[in-house]
Every structure is written in structure tokens, then in C-alpha cells.
Design a protein around this ligand. Sequence first.
Ligand SMILES: NC(=O)c1ccc[n+]([C@@H]2O[C@H](COP(=O)([O-])OP(=O)(O)OC[C@H]3O[C@@H](n4cnc5c(N)ncnc54)[C@H](O)[C@@H]3O)[C@@H](O)[C@H]2O)c1
Length: 266
Amino acid sequence: MSGQLAGKIAMVYGAGSVGPGWGNGKAAAVLFAREGAQVLCIDRDGAAAQETVRLIEAEGGTAHPFIADVTEEGAAHAATHACAEHLGNPQIVHYNVGVSQPGGIEDADLAQWRAVFAVNVEGAMLAASAALPIMKSAKKGAFVFISSVAAVASGGYQYASYEASKAALNRLSQTIAVAHAADGIRSNVIMPGLIDTPHVTHHIAGRATAAADLAARRAAAPPMRRQGTAFEVAQAAVFLASDAASYITGAVIPVDGGLSLTVPSA
Ligand SMILES: NC(=O)c1ccc[n+]([C@@H]2O[C@H](COP(=O)([O-])OP(=O)(O)OC[C@H]3O[C@@H](n4cnc5c(N)ncnc54)[C@H](O)[C@@H]3O)[C@@H](O)[C@H]2O)c1
């Protein structure tokens, strides 16, 4: 590895994975460490956070687990304090936590909408709010938010609250980018397309269709004719978090094999 994040301290929210294999947050945490960052691995699932820490330490990196549910008030502040205490002041905040619920507007369930927005938008705002004072006093910091192409395009199923919340996340990042550019803080978004993660195989497949069918259809959809990997998303996150992206802020970058450029054939 080329040490793109050498000497940096990163917080990764949602650093575990919901099943065996590589989720986007787990891959980001491990890749950040491979590139030289020390990583606070935050997850509501302690075993999942610990597993990511174990992988990082096994490769000679430095990481620390932190158990928190991003929807709980005070969780992001506690995580930021833990980062400062165990590793040092965070210079990178990578917000990967995201949940989806199927459903349209007519059958909208208010409790479900609130739950999706609490994780996808409010959690991101709280993570940023907790880290901003530290970054401002250091005059340096980078946020990377994991959104989705669902923020700008619809797929074959109705995921209204997911689409609306990811669009709000895109704008939240740009709001931070403009408000804090003069503080030396950058904020960028990655919109993954169809990524082959445990979340898809374990959750969405069970809900919608058989896993093998779903994988085949997901692979056929993007112009590249395959799903992406969590590490392909993580590579973009490393770049955006690194000093190589020093003049990039407010960007919304698809990592989707061209998916968001296509329209379904009639
Ligand atoms: N896989 C895809 O095709 C795809 C496509 C577009 C966007 N995304 C986005 O990627 C991100 C998820 O990636 P992943 O594969 O790492 O997901 P994941 O479902 O494996 O979740 C990552 C971790 O987040 C943790 N988590 C969930 N809710 C939490 C909460 N309230 N507080 C703290 N931790 C919580 C889980 O325990 C898990 O370990 C989401 O933001 C999702 O919207 C994924």
C-alpha cells in the first residue's frame, strides 16, 4: 500500500458487516488502516466492530472498537471522545451506516420513515456535528458520506424513504462543504451502485427474491455488467479522505459501473 492516509486518524461509522464477507464500512475501515490511518471502528454490533479491529490488527494496523447506535443522542459525541482518548483527534469521519425499507408513498409507514431518516440523515448530521469543533480547531478535516445512486435514480422496487433520505444526505454533505470550506474541512459523498455485500445477500435477497436470481439481475444492470465490490467503494473513500483530494469538496461521486447513466429499455 502507498500510505495515502499515513498519520491520519479516522472514525468509521458502521465499520462492521451484517454477515460474513465484506460490507462497505468494513472494507473502508480495513483499507484506511492499510493506507496508514488509525481507525475507530464504530458499530452497534460489538462483535462486528471487534471483528474489523481484529482484521486490522492482524495486518499490523491500529484500531479500536466502539459500540454505539448512531440514532441515540450523545452516541456520536461519545464516539468522538473515545477516538480522541484512544487514538487521537479525528481528521477523517467516514459515515457508512445506512438502512432501507421497501415501500412507496401511498403505503408509507411514518414510524418506518422516521427510522430510515434517523439512521441515514440524522445519524450523519450528529456524526458531523460532534467532529466539527475538533476539525475546526485543527483547521483540517475530511468527511466521506456513503449515500447511494438511489439518491438520484429509481430501481425496480419502491424504496421511497431510502431514496429521499439518501438525497438528503447528499445535500447535507454539500451544506457542510460550503459552510466549513474556510475552516479547512472538506465533505464529499460516494453513491455506490449495485455492490455485492452481505447486506444484499442476507437481507434484501430474503425480502425480494432468491439470492442467486437477485445477484444475476444486479450483475446484468450496470454497463460494466457486474456488481461492484466493497473494496471498490472503499478505494474511492480513501482518495476522498486523503490529501490527494485537497481541492475536492461538495462532490457527489457515483461508484456504480455506469449504472446511474442508464435508463431501462422499454
Ligand atoms: N450494497 C449495496 O449495493 C449498496 C448500494 C448503495 C449504497 N449502499 C450503502 O452502503 C452502506 C452500507 O454498507 P454495508 O454493506 O457496510 O452495510 P451493512 O448493512 O453491512 O452495515 C454496516 C454496519 O452498520 C451497522 N449498523 C446498522 N445500523 C446501525 C446503527 N443504527 N448504529 C450503528 N451501527 C449500525 C451494522 O451493524 C453493520 O455492521 C449503507 O449506507 C448503504 O445505504 C449499499
